[in-house]
Write a protein that binds this ligand. Sequence first.
Ligand code: MG
Length: 158
Amino acid sequence: MESCGIGYDLHRLVEGRKLMIGGVEVPFDKGSQGHSDGDVLAHALCDALLGAACLGDIGTHFPDTDPKWKDASSLIFLEHIAKMLHDRRLRIVHIDAIVICERPKLGPHFPAMRAALAKALGLTTDKINLKAKTNEGVDAVGRGEAIAANVIATVRQH
Ligand code: MG
């Protein structure tokens, strides 16, 4: 049996924070606000995987009220979810994602992000596709005030 899950996330971009995306620090003059490292792509991916496995959402498993997750690397969440899927005999078939921001350019960082995400999930990089979009100057993302991500994940029971 195969199933899909979707994930969405958005973080404000603020000064004085690192910009972590897909487990990689992207050099930029702003970073993601958040309780953990604010990794918008990792968070949307967590929700997509949890959705595909019918296991709820990231906030349930890793509450942002828990001091344990303060400034935590979001790759830890992915490692934890990979184990949850493995325990349920669910294998990740494919991941497709869109990261949306006006700046910086993300394409050059995609190989490192795919490698980091694949390592956290125990996958090969050919199972992870990343795409970058801008919001054409429209709304908070378009004004550079926020970064967003959409992810779809497919899992198969074996
Ligand atoms: Mg988030």
